[in-house]
Design a protein around this ligand. Structure first.
Ligand SMILES: [Zn+2]
Ligand SMILES: [Zn+2]
Length: 303
């Protein structure tokens, strides 16, 4: 387990490392989620600043030992932190390849990352004698299916509609023992998630506030605003899906646009959903056990 949560360890924990979107924000880093299922630790997306958030809650060896990276899709806000996480994990002593799974295009992107950082791989490998295996990205293009099944952890990729031919885009479901969670990735209203997330304890969903986005008309064209809204799910739409999935807790992350607050998101959600709801913030930890608890993750600040 990475770092020490506030309470006793429960089998399945989710930490929202970054809850933002492509626009830089000091409060909301790029989209990235840490999932801890027993001894298995993995990231879903690696947006801007993921390594900083990880380092706030974990030590170098703990970061080095993260088992797996899953990518929901290849929009830059979801992958721009991957080279940093990958290379820093190597500097921290990773001595085995880093598995990266995502939709078709993942292998090609990882191959190009290898080329982009060829200098660092060569020079650091030679001068600092880091393990050659630790700089290998073991990339896999996966199809919607069970993509991982080991140590009691089952991960299922499913397709979601991110609008406008932004394909492929995936969500993921994680099952561990009697507990489970689903993650929407980026999507507009798409009822297929009801089946994929059936029976989960926690459903983590992206969201847009159309009202806040529309208020940005002074700095953005109507056309651009309409486009952004068409790629994401509104609070009312998300609420209607939460109402049908009935998770023990519904969670918002990847909050668009950046200035959106919980006060903006909650009232429209309540028009369609009256169940448990948490508006995510960076380093929010959700501990799934007999109860589902939400905490700010304790920050370690290792020097
Ligand atoms: Zn995104
Ligand atoms: Zn996207």
């Amino acid at each position: 387990m990475l770092a020490v949560p506030v309470l006793a360890q429960e089998p399945l924990q989710i930490t929202l490392l970054g809850t933002g979107n492509p626009r830089p924000s000091m409060e909301r880093f790029g989209p990235s989620i840490l999932v801890e299922a027993g001894e298995t630790e993995f990231l879903i997306d690696v947006g801007r600043g993921a390594i900083q958030r990880l380092y706030q809650v974990g030590t170098a060896p703990q970061i080095r030992d993260i088992d797996l990276v899953l990518l929901t899709h290849l929009h830059s806000d979801h992958v721009v932190g991957l080279p940093d996480f990958w290379l820093t994990g190597w500097v921290f002593g990773r001595d085995r390849p880093l598995p990266v799974m995502g939709p078709p295009g993942t292998i090609a992107m990882c191959d190009h990352l290898g080329q982009a950082f060829a200098f660092d791989k060569k020079v650091r490998g030679r001068d600092d004698r880091y393990e050659a295996a630790g700089i290998v990205l073991e990339a896999r293009d996966v199809q919607p299916s069970v993509i991982y099944d080991a140590d009691g952890v089952k991960i299922t990729a499913f397709e979601v509609d991110h609008g406008d031919g932004i394909v492929p885009a995936y969500g993921y479901r994680v099952d561990y023992g009697e507990y489970s969670a689903a993650f929407s990735g980026d999507m507009k209203y798409d009822e297929r998630i009801i089946e994929h997330a059936k029976g989960v304890d926690v459903l983590v969903m992206e969201v847009i506030s159309p009202a806040v986005e529309l208020a940005r008309a002074a700095v953005k064209s109507q056309e651009a605003i309409a486009k952004v809204i068409s790629h994401h799910i509104s609070e009312e739409q998300a609420g209607s899906l939460f109402a049908r999935v009935k998770p023990r807790l519904a969670v918002y992350t990847h909050i668009v646009p950046s200035p959106t607050t919980a006060e903006d998101l909650i009232p429209p959600t309540r028009r369609t959903y009256d169940g448990p709801l948490a508006v995510g913030y960076d380093l929010m930890t959700i501990v799934i056990g007999k109860t589902v608890e939400v905490y700010p993750r304790r920050v370690s600040n290792e020097p």
